[in-house]
Design a protein around this ligand. Structure first.
Ligand code: X90
Length: 276
């Protein structure tokens, strides 16, 4: 029996070697160019291009056939998609799942709406992999992953919400309040899967302290943490050390955001996925 794990590219972990995940790329689009968020996308180059580019840019989710292609010839598929409240990705994935199951009557497909993105999706994929390795049945895995994602969370520190505002995914009033030099917004993925700003912090050090406080308030007590940064290794390393000082032995790893997350989290952004 062939089991497959699939996720859209906002999960960021194309480079991970211990998990076999098939990625369905989102796209970053300008009037002159289209960047597919695949494993070989040169993200720093894309960010440089976008900085120089004066026109409008946006993103696009994968289509139904992209998901069906990712399912390949698997008998069992487990997947996870970026929040359905900010993207059409999950919707396309569920239509693809229905199509796949009607043309392969023995196949089973389950796609989870993460109501989140980035490193929280990474945690979910790791959990799927553990459950598969334990040899659990499809239905058990489907139920367990749904309870697991109730105790996974995503918080972030961002320096700019411009691309969110330009694409109508937060109000421009919220975005303007953040775009002040040196100010960072600390917030979370809400229960509905939208961006919820919580605190304005002056300077990175304060933002990192606030992230830790927010994690605690949300029930963090030494569980797994996955950090993903947009070329801000310093913030990620400092935050990882802060965590280890406070929770000795906690399991923290660091990845770099891929195209989609880098586009929205923008330079300096830090995303924190964690278990409560
Ligand atoms: O369908 C599309 O075009 C994709 C739209 C994606 C919009 C959200 C991207 C979020 C990237 C930024 C920081 C975390 C925010 C959390 C909100 C759930 C990551």
């Amino acid at each position: 029996m062939k089991i497959k794990l699939v996720a859209d590219s906002s999960a960021n972990i194309h480079t991970s070697s211990d998990m076999d995940v098939t990625y369905v790329p989102l796209k970053i689009v300008t009037n002159t160019k289209e960047y597919r968020d695949t494993a070989d996308l040169d993200v720093p180059r894309m960010l440089k291009d976008l900085k120089e580019y004066k026109g409008k840019s946006s993103t696009a989710c994968p289509g139904i056939s992209d998901w069906v292609d990712a399912f390949g010839d698997a008998d069992t598929v487990f997947g996870v998609a970026i929040t359905s409240n900010l993207s059409g990705c999950y919707n396309a994935a569920t239509i693809a799942a229905d199509e796949y199951m009607s043309s392969n009557p023995d196949a089973k497909v389950f796609i989870l709406d993460s109501l989140s993105t980035g490193p929280e999706m990474q945690l979910i994929l790791e959990k799927y992999q553990d459950l598969i390795n334990e040899g659990k049945a499809f239905e058990e895995i489907r139920d367990e992953i749904q309870s697991y994602c109730k105790r996974t969370h995503l918080i972030f520190s961002l320096e700019s919400l411009d691309n969110f505002a330009k694409n109508g995914r937060v109000s421009s009033v919220v975005a303007k309040a953040v775009g002040v030099l040196g100010l960072r917004i600390v917030g979370k993925a809400s229960d509905e899967g939208t961006l919820e700003p919580m605190h304005k912090c002056r300077g990175e050090k304060k933002a990192l302290q606030q992230l830790l406080t927010t994690m605690r308030e949300m029930g963090y007590n030494g569980g797994k943490v996955r950090l993903a940064h947009s070329y801000n290794e310093n913030a990620a390393n400092t935050f990882a050390s802060l965590l280890r000082e406070n929770y000795p032995g906690c399991d923290v790893t660091i990845t770099i955001n891929r195209g989609l997350c880098c586009y929205y989290a923008e330079e300096g952004g830090l995303l924190v996925g964690f278990e409560s």
